[in-house]
Design a binder for this molecule. Structure first.
Ligand code: KIV
Length: 267
């Protein structure tokens, strides 16, 4: 189904798809070239995740990512999307201080980029912020379960197993007006219960098959990292070897004087 034959995805589509049990596909994107490919492939939603701190910037957590960096990447991704809905992460330290800080940070994505919504982490404790953002006409995707920005408090990236607490968090963000919620790293039974009990779309990552949609970090699903293989990532490609091979051939060709040839040169 070519993307150009389809209308751009909007917020009402998320609740309609939940009602129709039509699963929602989400992938992360950080630059124009990849976002254009993913959009043309029919992905419903592109998430400019602060995971870019780890998969683009090479950090061990997402904590060092700045708002300026997120806006820079969000702008490139949103420029590429013709159909996919584009959501950008509010990075650590840019929304917890006050409602004013959250609105000022989030508004940058809607004013300076073509993103349609922001994502922020946290359940009960961030629900008041979500309500204020939605009242300020800034659509919010929430994120509960394993919230990577809480890595220091949680003591690592661990599966979250307190089903009652996760359900309370998911209910709180739905009541506050979030249009969808990411459920990260929890037992499938917990995600299934949350999905059945809240009215907004759930987007799972490491949360089993019963969520209304799924999200993966694109470099993970494309197999761009050799060592990193979490259980919940399915690799749809193995790109390390082809890229290494191409680069090695290029180096050999340059060193041997085989590149460029006459057809690749101007006369
Ligand atoms: O930052 C990110 O890419 C995310 C996804 C893992 C959901 O939050």
């Amino acid at each position: 189904m070519p993307a150009k034959d389809q209308a751009p995805v909007t917020i009402p589509d998320f609740s309609r798809w939940k009602t129709e049990r039509r699963k929602i596909s989400v992938l992360t994107a950080y630059d124009f070239t990849m976002a254009r490919l993913l959009d043309a492939s029919g992905v419903d939603c592109l998430l400019v995740g602060d995971s870019l701190g780890m998969v683009v910037q090479g950090r061990s957590t997402t904590l060092g990512v700045t708002l300026d960096q997120m806006v820079y990447h969000a702008e490139m991704v949103a420029r590429a999307a013709t159909r996919a809905f584009v959501v950008a992460d509010l990075p650590f330290g840019t929304y917890h201080a006050s409602v004013e800080q959250a609105i000022t940070s989030a508004a940058r994505f809607l004013k300076e980029t073509q993103c349609q919504a922001v994502k922020l982490e946290g359940g009960l404790r961030t629900a008041p912020l979500i309500r204020s953002l939605v009242e300020a006409d800034i659509p919010v995707m929430a994120h509960v379960g394993l919230t990577p920005q809480s890595v220091r408090r949680l003591g690592g990236f661990k599966v979250q197993r307190d089903g009652d607490a996760i359900l309370d968090d998911a209910r709180a963000v739905a009541d506050a007006g979030a249009f969808a919620v990411v459920l990260e790293c929890m037992p499938s039974e917990v995600a299934a219960r949350v999905t059945a009990e809240i009215p907004i779309a759930t987007i799972g990552i490491g949360a089993g098959p019963d969520c209304d949609g799924q999200v993966l970090v694109t470099p993970d699903m494309l197999g761009l990292f050799e060592g990193f293989r979490p259980r919940f990532v399915r690799r749809y490609a193995e790109l390390v070897e082809p890229i290494r091979k191409a680069a090695q051939e290029y180096v050999a060709d340059v060193q041997a004087g085989r590149f460029p040839n006459a057809n690749e040169s101007f006369r």
